[in-house]
Design a protein around this ligand. Structure first.
Ligand code: SAH
Length: 329
């Protein structure tokens, strides 16, 4: 819901300012429309329904995985595709994965999103509306900015969305912003004080190899990016999560693990998440389970905390790197 539009509409209708708060409270708690807002006069509810779309996004497709993961495909009002995912965990956690852009201008070689046309940055409302969609299904408590797009290229809107999320159920501490290492945004991120978690998509500690699979590496030197991560750790005393997608025969050798452990100093500043590669039709193959396990062991022997990320929603193409909005073509 576009809260700026809501406030303007309420002012036009001669309504007191507190009405905006009432509408937002209902919406943040998962109301499905203006009709549910019983402390608003019926006339006002229908006036709002005419003037302010209840969501900035239109749901066009939704799929549920065997593991309970839900993927939603939306269109913005200018017909840009946006995907978001909700993951359900056994311990009751409900984590949503939201997009910050329609498509992505970066072209990481293994990621499906990079193969679709880049649309534009999403507004804060369009980001929050992804969360609200899932909130209407059930309560949510974690959020990762790991959907389509590069959040650090759209940080103002990402932060504005983060500021609304606590009322939807997701505190700053349970919100993670993931980046390829887009340095200007990362510096802006370091300069703000919300206790958000930072994640870095690293995928290789070797600058040459990293440039091959992530062209953005040519733009912002890895050492500068890692320094910015160290700064964030110093400031917040919270580990920076390092994402490392395991590409068979590319970055999964023991020597790569050693290089990675050497690059991630001090070790306390980082925690590595090894991500099994999800098929995206980009010509890569995932490392086998044994290779991933051995890679993790090498890191741990070297003193780096490392876990293997559980793959969710692969059967509905909702897993990491698979968001490509293919139904919208
Ligand atoms: N642009 C930001 C936010 C997207 S996060 C970033 O890259 O950090 C999406 C994560 O999924 C990134 O770590 C990305 O590298 C990873 N990913 C991309 N393609 C993948 C694939 N095919 N299999 C597994 N992970 C993938």
């Amino acid at each position: 819901m576009d809260l700026t539009l809501l406030k303007t509409a309420l002012a036009d209708l001669g309504q007191p300012a507190y009405r905006a708060g009432q509408v937002w409270e209902w919406t943040a708690r998962g109301a499905t429309g203006y009709d549910a807002m019983t402390n608003l006069p019926a006339e006002l509810r229908s006036a709002l329904a005419e003037r302010v779309p209840f969501s900035t996004l239109e749901l066009v497709d939704q799929a549920e995985s065997r593991d309970g993961t839900v993927k939603a495909l939306f269109l913005t009002d200018d017909a840009r595709p946006v995907e978001a995912v909700m993951m359900r965990y056994r311990d009751g956690r409900r984590s949503i994965c939201v997009s910050s852009q329609s498509g992505c201008p970066l072209t990481c070689a293994f990621c499906a999103t990079g193969t679709m046309a880049f649309g534009r940055n999403l507004t804060a409302w369009e980001i929050v509306d992804q969360a609200l969609h899932f909130r209407r299904i059930e309560p949510i408590d974690h959020c990762v900015f790991m959907g389509m797009g590069e959040p650090m290229m759209n940080l103002d809107n990402v932060l504005a969305a983060c500021d609304l999320l606590p009322e939807v159920g997701v505190t700053h501490r349970r919100t993670t912003v993931s980046t390829v290492g887009w340095l200007p945004g990362l510096k802006q991120f370091n300069a703000q004080d919300r206790p958000l978690r930072l994640a870095l998509s690293l995928h290789s500690a070797d600058p040459e190899l990293r440039s091959e699979i992530m062209p953005v590496n040519d733009r912002y030197p890895l050492e500068d990016v890692l320094n910015a991560c160290r700064e964030q750790w110093h400031k917040t005393n919270r580990k920076v999560f390092v994402e490392y997608v395991m590409l068979g025969g590319v970055n999964d050798h023991t020597t790569h693990a050693r290089k990675l452990a050497a690059a991630l100093t001090p070790h306390e500043a980082f925690k590595v998440n090894l991500i099994p590669y999800n098929p995206t039709g980009t010509g890569f193959e995932g490392s086998g389970r044994t290779t991933i396990g051995a890679f993790r062991d090498r890191l741990q022997e070297a003193g780096v905390v490392a876990t293997v990320r559980l793959t969710r929603g692969r059967d509905i193409a909702a897993a990491c790197g698979q968001l490509v909005a293919e139904h919208a073509a």
